[in-house]
Structures are given as structure tokens and as C-alpha cells.
Design a protein around this ligand. Structure first.
Ligand SMILES: [Zn+2]
Ligand SMILES: [Zn+2]
Length: 218
């Protein structure tokens, strides 16, 4: 499975096109302008991909700015965990709060649940529920390839923000990181919602929130 990153939008956020054997899943939609939507669409066209799924790790505004435009282009709806559905249904309000115009809420499809498997060519994206940064946050894991699209759970050298956002919990976030990411093999590649890609083993050693340098006790 190839994972193509796109860093877009006013908050620099990573969206991804994950593809295998000519089929693709678009994961998150940070594109904020027509030109940015075009960057994603152009890649899909150049690679001659059949977009089978539109998937959200969670529905914070920086991850859904392009969701309505891409849904219109690909004629599909976005799938996400039901606990984040209210955020997607308030995209216009979220946009107004952050000073970015959002024309319409994105169309939403069948809900995602822990353990769901999404076929992309010969690859299988497994859905892992990882709340804490957002109540309905999920990680998409391709176990065979050792690759995870991990959103805003864990970053290179940092963790997802829990201050100033609704329905967050540092305790829950740390539990999600331990149970869902640190349980994976060290060589598992992590493609986060912000910043550079990393790996489970690297974060286990170097991430100050995981190696004991920073206390995460509440
Ligand atoms: Zn977020
Ligand atoms: Zn984000």
C-alpha cells in the first residue's frame, strides 16, 4: 500500500491518499481552496486511481475543510466514527469559530466502528478507536504493511492536543496511545495529522510524553 501525504490548509494539516492495486482511500480533507482540492484530485487522476472510500480520522475543522468539495467531486460520502459525527455536522460553526469560511457540511456515510476492515485493493485498513484528542478519533492500520494513518493521536515528539477543545481527555488519550499504537511493532510507520511521519519504536524512545520526560498524570 502506498501512502501519499498532502500537507494543506491554513493550519498545515496532513491528508492522505492511501492506495493499492489501483484502488484508493482518501483519509482526511485538509484542502481549503480550489487549487488545494485540485492537488488531491490531480494525484488521483495521474495515478489512475479508483477512489473507493472517503475516511476521516476525526472531524476537527482542519481535517474536514475540503470534505464537501471532495465528496462532490468523487460522488461519495465521508465515513467516520459516530462520536465525531456532531463535529462534522457543525462544520460551518467550527469554521466560523476559527475564522475559515465553510460553505456546507460534508455528506456523511455509514459509521465506522472498532475492528471494521476497509478493503483498498489487496490492502486492508483496520479501524482502531482511539479517543482522547477527539471522542470519535480513529486510526487506520494496515497490519500487514506495518503502516498506520494515525491522525492527531500521536506526533513526532508530541501528542494530540487536549486543551481548548471539546470532549478531550488526557488520560483517555494516553490510554489510546498505549493500547492502540505502542502495542504495535517498533517498525510500524505512523503517518500523523500534522508534521512528519515517524515510527512506533522511535516515539517509544524519543517522545517525551512516552519516555517519562514529561509527566502526563492529571
Ligand atoms: Zn484534531
Ligand atoms: Zn489536526
Amino acid at each position: 500500500m502506498h501512502v501519499q501525504p498532502f500537507t494543506l490548509g491554513p493550519f498545515p494539516t496532513n491528508g492522505y491518499v492511501a492506495h493499492d492495486a489501483g484502488e484508493a482511500a482518501i483519509v482526511d480533507a485538509p484542502s481549503a481552496t480550489t487549487e488545494e482540492h485540485r492537488q488531491v484530485i490531480r494525484y488521483v487522476e495521474e495515478q489512475d486511481l479508483d477512489v473507493r472510500h472517503l475516511l476521516l480520522t476525526h472531524a476537527h475543522i482542519d481535517h474536514i475543510l475540503g470534505a464537501t468539495a471532495l465528496a462532490e467531486h468523487f460522488g461519495a460520502a465521508w465515513r467516520l466514527h459516530p462520536a465525531d459525527r456532531p463535529f462534522a455536522e457543525q462544520a460551518e460553526e467550527q469554521g466560523a469559530a476559527f475564522g475559515v469560511p465553510v460553505k456546507a457540511n460534508p455528506p456523511l456515510g455509514a459509521p465506522l466502528a472498532e475492528g471494521d476492515e476497509i478493503a483498498v485493493g489487496d490492502a486492508r485498513l483496520e479501524v482502531l478507536h482511539a479517543p482522547g484528542h477527539a471522542p470519535g478519533h480513529v486510526i487506520f492500520l494496515e497490519r500487514g504493511a506495518g503502516v498506520a494513518l494515525s491522525g492527531d493521536v500521536l506526533f513526532r515528539g508530541s501528542i494530540g492536543r487536549v486543551q481548548g477543545l471539546p470532549q478531550t481527555s488526557l488520560e483517555q488519550l494516553m490510554r489510546s496511545i498505549e493500547a492502540k499504537l505502542m502495542a504495535l511493532p517498533d517498525e510500524t510507520r505512523l503517518h500523523p495529522g500534522h508534521g512528519e511521519a515517524t515510527a512506533v519504536g522511535r516515539e517509544r524512545i524519543e517522545n517525551p510524553f512516552l519516555n517519562g520526560e514529561v509527566s502526563t498524570a492529571e
